[in-house]
Every structure is written in structure tokens, then in C-alpha cells.
Design a protein around this ligand. Structure first.
Ligand code: GDP
Length: 197
């Protein structure tokens, strides 16, 4: 698939206020600073479609972008903002839970994981919660340009091995770099293939 049009539609602080209709939604989530905004901008070929973490407020909302007039790319708030205080953390958690569990249009949730790090507890816990709730998801390893291909492969394998301890089947996964546009076509083709089924 190629993206021919991408436009911002709406930001919401409540999952039940997201756009009506039955267009499929592909949502993106991950820890703060994992590279989510950069990935969304890279996928859509826009330098500033998704606001980066440095934009106050924006990252606490659910942002809908209409792609090719046929599906929504959904930018969810990042999880794990320890520095933001208990109340804000609780609000973000509720917002994510409502969207992920109740949004029937959500076709796949892309969970972003920093390819440079060893498996992080917060990511593993989130993925476990997705499994318990039968949420369809795929993994996106980010920032692969920041280290050698060998090191990325090693970290990805380590992450998948950790999942294998609990899961019979592994989710689809993608290795990406927003800097080098790595993984872009694979991810878009995956969305297209899921959209067709
Ligand atoms: P978000 O909080 O998940 O939306 O993260 P951002 O997209 O704002 O990225 C956080 C930081 O990581 C920024 O300084 C980005 O420039 C940097 N970054 C994100 N993706 C990549 C990547 O693929 N390669 C490199 N080298 N840096 C990246």
C-alpha cells in the first residue's frame, strides 16, 4: 500500500467520543519516547502529522488521522509517564483501556518497543494484558538505526524468547527506523493485508 492522503481529524479525551462510522482503525501505542510520533510521521510521509512528546497536552489524547479516505491511523497516549503524577497516569490508563477493549473498529494495535533495550517490564505487562483480553496486536521495534543490525537482531530475539515463555504463538513483528525509513513498506503492506481479510 502507498499512502496518498493523510489528514488529522480529531483529538479526544474519551474513547466513546471517537469518530462514528465503521472504518477500520490501526492504533499505535508504546512507552513515552519510544518513537511513536516519529514512526507515524515516517509512515505517512509527513514531517509533523503526529505531535512529538515535546508538544504539551497532545500526547494525553487519542488522535485520529484519516488515511487514503479508507482507514484511521490512531495515535494513542504513551504509557509509563511516571513523572506525570498519579492522577494523570490513572486517566491515561483508563483512556487506553476503554479504547483498546471497547473500540470495535480497532483492527490491530501496534505496540512499539525500543529495539535498543532489554525487555522492559512495563512493555511485557502491557502485552500480557493484551493477551488476557484477546486484543489483536503486532510488535514494532523502533530506532533500529541507533545500533548495529546484529545488536538489533539479538535484542529482538531476546524479547521474543521472553514472550515464548508465556505464549504459544508469537505476534507479527516489524523492525523499524524512522530515521532510515526501515520497515515502512512491510508495515503498510501488513495493514493492507489485514484490511483485505
Ligand atoms: P514518542 O514520545 O514515542 O512520540 O517519541 P518521539 O517520536 O517523539 O521520539 C523520541 C525521540 O527519539 C526523538 O528525539 C526522536 O528524534 C528520536 N527517534 C524516534 N525514532 C527514531 C529513529 O527511528 N531513529 C533515531 N535515531 N531516533 C529516533
Amino acid at each position: 500500500m502507498e499512502i496518498t492522503s493523510a489528514q488529522f481529524v480529531v483529538s479526544n479525551s474519551r474513547a466513546d467520543m471517537c469518530p462514528d462510522g465503521n472504518l477500520p482503525e490501526y492504533a499505535f501505542i508504546g512507552r513515552s519516547n519510544v518513537g511513536k510520533s516519529s514512526l507515524i510521521n515516517m509512515l505517512t510521509n509527513h514531517s509533523k502529522l503526529a505531535m512529538t512528546s515535546s508538544t504539551p497536552g497532545k500526547t494525553l489524547l487519542i488522535n485520529h488521522f484519516l488515511i487514503n479516505n479508507s482507514w484511521y491511523l490512531v495515535d494513542l497516549p504513551g504509557y509509563g509517564y511516571a513523572q506525570r503524577g498519579k492522577k494523570v497516569m490513572e486517566n491515561i490508563k483508563n483512556l487506553i483501556q476503554h479504547y483498546v477493549l471497547e473500540r470495535i473498529q480497532m483492527t490491530c494495535l501496534f505496540v512499539l518497543v525500543d529495539s535498543r533495550l532489554e525487555p522492559q517490564k512495563i512493555d511485557l505487562q502491557f502485552i500480557e494484558w493484551l493477551g488476557e483480553n484477546s486484543v489483536p496486536f503486532a510488535l514494532v521495534f523502533t530506532k533500529s538505526d541507533k545500533q548495529s543490525a546484529g545488536k538489533t537482531k539479538q535484542n529482538v530475539e531476546r524479547f521474543l524468547d521472553t514472550l515464548k515463555e508465556q505464549w504459544e504463538e508469537l505476534p507479527p513483528y516489524f523492525i523499524t527506523s524512522s530515521e532510515k525509513k526501515t520497515g515502512r513498506q512491510e508495515l503498510l503492506d501488513y495493514i493492507e493485508s489485514v484490511n483485505r481479510t
